[in-house]
Design a protein around this ligand. Structure first.
Ligand SMILES: O=P(O)(O)O[C@H]1O[C@H](CO)[C@@H](O)[C@H]1O
Length: 308
């Protein structure tokens, strides 16, 4: 398959959600047919790199980069630690596409736009996403540098009626109402835990519940205490819209959080989270993350959980 810029007329959302449908219909996106850098196979897995986790894309073989600014009307990355490009290549034997830079609601993008790349991936033939993020640890057993396989999420923006799926449903992608009770695929989670064991990572790999807040402010002590009561283990400002978009169009989801800071749930401290700390923690775990994701993707292929 070859790659190019293609109109995203099949990716529009309705203007009732605040954006210009005509502009969207005219927007070209990076897809098939590029005569400059053709690759032979379409990606099966999309990897969304969280804050400071872009090195997952740098290890691909036969890489082709598509900087977001060269993709007309594609959102732009504005957050440090998000390089802002699609990288297509091979992870081992598996053709993958990486988002080196994701879009967040707090950047000013509506949720439909934050997760619109997932529909691009669907059109490319992607069958599974590996969604990663940097997150604050709420569970007292979690330490900075730990990994949390996401078992489930609590969608705070969703409680306020905000959703990637808000507005008229596009039946070409999926149904009006979508079930999320097994959004984070059970088989993939099992497989990831066995990969972690084989790599000797059990000491720092957990499984838990992620929540998305709107950001960009970090949370108050009272908010974090509320989240703890709800059984939430880690908190961030992303991921949920991407997972909803993926489940809506039948893409399997596997996700994990890298715990980059401990949430401050006491009034008796001067500790404060900041984004530099988040990126430093992410950077310290890069090598382990690359090992984990590479082995995971390889095992997914061996287990035939993606098509040949
Ligand atoms: O979720 P990712 O993109 O990994 O980034 C996380 O890190 C940033 C805060 O430091 C926020 O954007 C939060 O969502």
């Amino acid at each position: 398959m070859r790659w190019a810029l293609l109109s995203n007329s099949r990716l529009h959302h309705d203007s009732s959600n605040g954006h210009n449908r005509q502009q969207q219909d005219d927007t070209p996106l990076a897809l098939r047919g590029n005569t400059v850098n053709p690759i032979s196979v379409a990606p099966k897995i999309a990897i969304i790199c969280g804050s400071g986790l872009g090195s997952l894309a740098t290890i691909l073989d036969e890489k082709i980069d598509f900087p977001y600014e060269q993709i007309p009307h594609f959102p732009q990355s504005t957050v440090p630690g998000h390089a802002g490009k699609l990288v297509v290549g091979k992870m081992g034997k598996v053709p993958v596409i990486c988002m080196q830079g994701r879009f967040h609601y707090y950047e000013g993008y509506p949720l439909w736009k934050c997760a619109m790349p997932i529909r691009v991936f669907k059109l490319l033939g992607v069958e599974m996403i590996v969604v990663t993020n940097a997150a604050g640890g709420l569970n007292p057993d979690y330490k900075v540098g730990d990994l949390m396989i996401i078992k489930d999420h609590v969608n705070f923006p969703g409680f306020a009626g905000e959703s990637f799926l808000r507005g008229p449903n596009d039946e070409r992608f999926g149904p009006r109402f979508v079930a999320l009770n097994s959004a984070y695929d059970t088989e993939l989670r099992k497989l990831a835990k066995s990969v972690a064991s084989e790599l000797g990572m059990n000491d720092f790999v957990h499984e838990g519940v992620y929540t998305m807040v709107g950001g960009p402010n970090f949370e108050t002590v009272a908010e974090l205490r509320l989240m703890k009561l709800l059984g939430i283990d880690a908190v961030g400002m992303s991921t949920v819209p991407e997972v909803i978009a993926a489940r809506h169009c039948g893409i399997k989801c596997f996700g994990f959080s890298l715990i980059t800071n401990e949430c401050v749930t006491s009034y008796d401290t001067d500790d404060e989270p900041d984004h530099e700390e988040v990126m430093e923690a992410a950077s310290r775990r890069q090598n382990d993350l690359v090992r984990f994701v590479t082995a995971f993707v390889d095992t997914v292929k061996s287990a035939e959980l993606i098509s040949k």
